[in-house]
Write a protein of this length. Structure first.
Length: 290
């Protein structure tokens, strides 16, 4: 009877395991195999062992793309988390107007990356963009956000924060609505101020949600691609080239599939290491119960 139940369980999960293996496990193993070969789009390729990895270790373009990726992630994740939490706190109430505002702030999340980059090109363009017009009206010189080495990454960060704020805002709203109201009522009876209530009740209650948002956004922004490709094309002079854009250019620009696969494996390991480190750090900081 127990054996029959086990087979029934396997049959239930078999479709998921099959799709999961085809979409994730097989590409991961295939990419690992490709990373040990010098291979182009057509042809069998040649086994080169760790040559692709040793080449990446001395490739300044790849190294710069990794630095850009981590920098833009640091520019995005902390402000995005704070802004999403602030919006959730402001919109955590009943009313048609509040529901409308929730929809407005979430609406950007349903746009494609192409539409988002087109919108922000109109905003950031120094000659005829919205910010350029504002700067000229104020008597200032418009800033070349998309063509300045020091401003390209902040431009990507601003664009991504605007695009991504809706989903973490909803996560925080869901977390806020799970906090018992009697905790706030007890704090009010004790004469606690709003700031004290936030630090002593709201933020500790949202601890797991904050960790979830930070981990999800970190993993997502380390894979940033579309904004870099469509908004700045990795320029100027590679100042906004991210690791995934480097993979794209290597695989589909120079047709070095083995080299691009090696870079993808390194990026995968870095994302895995960062995520596990965050989880380990937050788990150790978690107060133990009982």
């Amino acid at each position: 009877m127990t054996s029959t139940r086990r087979w029934d369980g396997l049959l239930f999960v078999a479709p998921f395991l099959f799709v999961y293996s085809v979409i994730l496990i097989f590409p991961l193993l295939r990419g690992l195999w490709l990373s040990f070969h010098r291979i182009e789009l057509f042809g069998d390729g040649e086994f080169v062992g760790l040559a692709n990895y040793s080449r990446l270790a001395t490739d300044p373009i790849f190294q710069q793309s990794l630095v850009n990726t981590f920098l833009v992630t640091l520019m995005i994740v902390p402000p995005l988390t704070v802004i999403a939490l602030a919006l959730a706190l402001a919109l955590n109430r009943a009313g048609r107007g509040v529901a409308f505002m929730r929809g407005i702030f979430f609406s950007s999340a349903v746009l494609s990356v192409t539409i988002v980059t087109l919108i922000w090109r109109f905003v950031l363009a120094p000659d005829a963009g919205l910010l350029g017009e504002v700067f000229q009206a104020a008597g200032w010189e418009p800033l070349p956000f998309l063509s300045d080495v020091n401003l390209a990454l902040p431009a990507l960060a601003i664009t991504t924060i605007w695009w991504s704020v809706g989903f973490p805002m909803l996560l925080f709203l869901a977390g806020l609505q799970q906090i018992p109201r009697d905790m706030y009522e007890a704090a009010a009876l004790d004469g606690a101020r709003s700031w004290t209530t936030f630090w002593r009740i709201t933020l500790p209650s949202l601890r797991r949600t904050v960790i979830l948002v930070i981990m999800l956004q970190t993993a997502a922004q380390l894979q940033l691609f579309g904004q870099s490709q469509l908004l700045t094309a990795g320029g100027p002079s590679g100042a906004s080239r991210t690791a995934v854009l480097f993979l794209f250019e290597t695989a589909f620009g120079r047709w070095e599939l083995g080299y691009a696969s090696a870079a993808a494996e390194i990026l995968f390991l870095l994302i895995l290491a960062v995520t596990l480190t965050q989880y380990w750090a937050t788990s150790r900081a978690e107060p133990r119960r009982g």
